[in-house]
Design a binder for this molecule. Structure first.
Ligand SMILES: Nc1ncnc2c1ncn2[C@@H]1O[C@H](COP(=O)(O)OP(=O)(O)OP(=O)(O)O)[C@@H](O)[C@H]1O
Length: 622
């Protein structure tokens, strides 16, 4: 089977690298004080490192002056051993200073690691993840239709890490690199300008090579994220569809599908790794050319007395070594830049996605609604071209129960989804208590609506917490009352820990009927003015359905109710019925009125009556 193409992540055009970098800088600005703290530590570490190196050079020159009689020249630090000190005392003092520098460096390095980790993992990653998660909660269903679970999970986990990499491995490291390189160059120039120029002649070449490599690698990193996303999607689908896979005996194919996705990630990552691993030593070899130049020209300067050995050549060699080390890490820096830009683009796509359904700034706050619902010339299209609801006019008075009948795909669910504003109508208005639903505060509107879907999702939490999901402050008395209305109290008390029984993932451990009853209790606890029941007994046997309908009768009482139903027993209970076909209401009226008309309703009813009569006859014949 061909792999699916990567999901369209956003309707907005992709952000350019320049815009991305500007936004990443903006993000880093939020953490500027922490960044400055971490950088200051690095500057101190750098200074101590250079001081240690200078003291080593001074020690060598001092020994040379004592052994060979070469006069101790000036050094950058301007240090001269006191003339009345014995050689042993001078060397002892230098050795103690070098040791002190090393110990201080070790301590400061520890503090640097701790504070860098605190900044990156505890602040940036946690904040950004919370920001992305918050946005996900506010995004509309259209976003979740367009992006698969694998893509969303990868963005919240891996890609957020990539953004932190920009601040940690790119921004902070680049500043450190810039400061270090400047300090090294200034020190080297101070020692000998010409030696510095010849030793660093190859450096511009390295900059050109790194830029070229960076451009070449960008598509590879992009592909890597896509392949990783596919692997997570394969995993997520295989877990969600485990019953279907096992039921159809397709475990081997499923395993092969995951392995293919896994292998694709591995092979592509290996390609990146090899290229980066080759680039890094190549840059390293180029920087080694500097050392050859230093030994040749620097050695000549020492021999001709134009450069001291210790504070000159040795210190220069140490600085050049550090300089080369920093330049060497350019390859990894380029690697990090690419990874972080790809990740950042994917994270910003979520943060920039438009929140289609939200409260207007001047939204009307309301307490309990009466529950009058009116659809006024409503049409709705998911994609803008094919309307799935057309010209819907419907008036439901507070407390009325309207049943919706229609063949599959007729638009029953989408009609109901406009009431809590899961989507807004493309044309027309949905009025709640006479006000456009778009003018009401979204939280208040949804708090007035109880929902039960065809199959209800429960969370891995206690039974009580699941019932109180929409009203976490509910008392145990309120929870039990809701459970009794939903005919759930008896089976809950029979569970090992009663209301404190912890349910498995998605409510596993309960039967379909039990899950639906908990969902009804959850909806009832809100004391909603409006109840939306989307075929709540679709996945339930007829005996359980009968019990659930008794519960629903109690739940419906006094609330405006929309119920998608197919069975006559349910349809008869409603105050009136609408019949939908291809997104339109084609019939409306009470059961008795519709039975008198010829049309889809009477046809469906006749079929059910014939089936019922046939069953009764069979029963009598036996
Ligand atoms: N997320 C979506 N994106 C695009 N089209 C959709 C989406 N969800 C549903 N549709 C289409 O909208 C139409 C109405 O779907 P809806 O779910 O309301 O049907 P329904 O009457 O509730 O069907 P059923 O009884 O099978 O649940 C269908 O043609 C369906 O293909």
């Amino acid at each position: 089977m061909a792999e699916p193409p990567p999901a369209a992540s956003s309707a907005t055009p992709p952000l350019s690298n320049g815009v991305l970098v500007r936004r990443l800088f903006g993000l880093a600005w939020k953490y500027r004080f922490h960044c400055i703290g971490v950088l200051s530590l690095q500057v101190v570490l750098l200074s101590i490192g250079i001081a240690g190196l200078s003291f080593t050079g001074l020690g060598i020159d001092y020994i040379r002056s004592r052994v060979e009689g070469v006069p101790l020249g000036e050094n950058v630090l301007g240090l001269v051993p006191p003339p009345d000190w014995s050689p042993l005392r001078v060397l002892g003092a230098l050795a103690c200073a070098i040791l002190l520098f090393a110990v201080t460096r070790a301590f400061l390095n520890y503090f640097y690691s701790v504070s860098a980790n605190k900044l990156v993992q505890q602040k940036i990653v946690t904040d950004l993840r919370a920001q992305v998660y918050d946005k996900l909660q506010r995004l509309s269903f259209r976003f979740f239709d367009a992006n698969n679970t694998g893509s969303i999970i990868t963005r919240v986990t891996g890609d957020v890490q990539a953004v932190r990499m920009f601040i940690d491995s790119v921004l902070i490291q680049s500043v450190i690199m810039l400061i270090s390189l400047t300090v090294y160059v200034v020190y080297m120039v101070n020692l000998n300008v010409r030696l510095t120029l010849v030793c660093l002649a190859t450096t511009p070449l390295l900059a050109v090579a790194s830029t070229w490599f960076s451009k070449k690698m960008q598509p590879e990193y992009k592909l890597n994220r896509t392949l990783f996303e596919r692997m997570v999607q394969a995993l997520s689908e295989s877990i969600q569809g485990i019953a279907v896979t096992k039921g159809f005996g397709r475990e081997a194919e499923d395993r092969e599908r995951f392995n293919r996705a896994n292998r694709a990630v591995y092979e592509q990552q290996r390609g990146i790794f090899w290229r980066v691993s080759l680039f890094s030593p190549t840059i390293g070899a180029l920087t080694r050319v500097n050392m050859l130049v230093l030994l040749g020209y620097g050695g000549w300067l020492v021999i001709h007395g134009q450069l001291p050995l210790g504070t000159g050549l040795i210190v220069f060699a140490g600085l050049l070594e550090q300089f080369s080390g920093q330049v060497n890490s350019v390859a990894w820096l380029v690697n990090s830049v690419q990874q972080s830009l790809i990740g950042a683009r994917r994270v910003f796509e979520i943060l920039d996605s438009p929140v289609e359904v939200e409260s207007a700034p001047d939204a009307v706050r309301c307490g309990r609604l009466r529950g009058a619902v009116r659809f006024d010339a409503v049409s709705f299209a998911y994609t803008g071209i094919n309307p799935v609801l057309r010209d819907i006019d419907l008036d439901v008075a507070p407390g009325q129960c309207v049943a919706i009948l229609g063949e599959t795909g007729a638009g029953k669910s989408v009609l109901m989804s406009l009431v809590p504003r899961f989507f807004d109508p493309t044309l027309g208005r949905v009025l709640i208590d006479g006000l456009d639903a778009r003018d009401l505060h979204l939280d208040d509107l949804r708090r007035n609506i109880g929902l039960v879907f065809q199959e209800s999702f429960l969370f891995s939490n206690t039974v009580a917490a699941n019932i109180a999901f929409g009203h976490p402050d509910a008392t145990m008395e309120q929870i039990e009352k809701a459970a009794k209305i939903a005919a759930a109290h008896d089976f809950i008390t029979a569970l090992p820990q009663g209301y404190d029984t912890v349910l498995g993932e998605s409510g596993s451990g309960l039967s379909g009927g039990q899950r639906q009853r908990l969902a009804i209790a959850r909806a009832v606890l809100l004391e909603p003015a409006i109840l939306l029941l989307d075929d709540p007994t679709a996945a339930i046997d007829s005996e359980t359905e009968h019990e659930i309908f008794e519960a629903l009768d109690r739940a419906i009482a006094g609330r405006t109710t929309f119920i998608v139903a197919h069975r006559l027993s349910t349809l008869r209970r409603a105050d009136f019925i609408i019949v939908m076909e291809h997104g339109r209401i084609v019939q409306r009226g009470t059961h008795a009125e519709l039975m008198r008309q010829s049309g889809p309703y009477s046809r469906v009813a006749q079929l059910q009556l014939i089936d019922g009569a046939a069953l009764q006859n069979e029963g009598r014949a036996k």
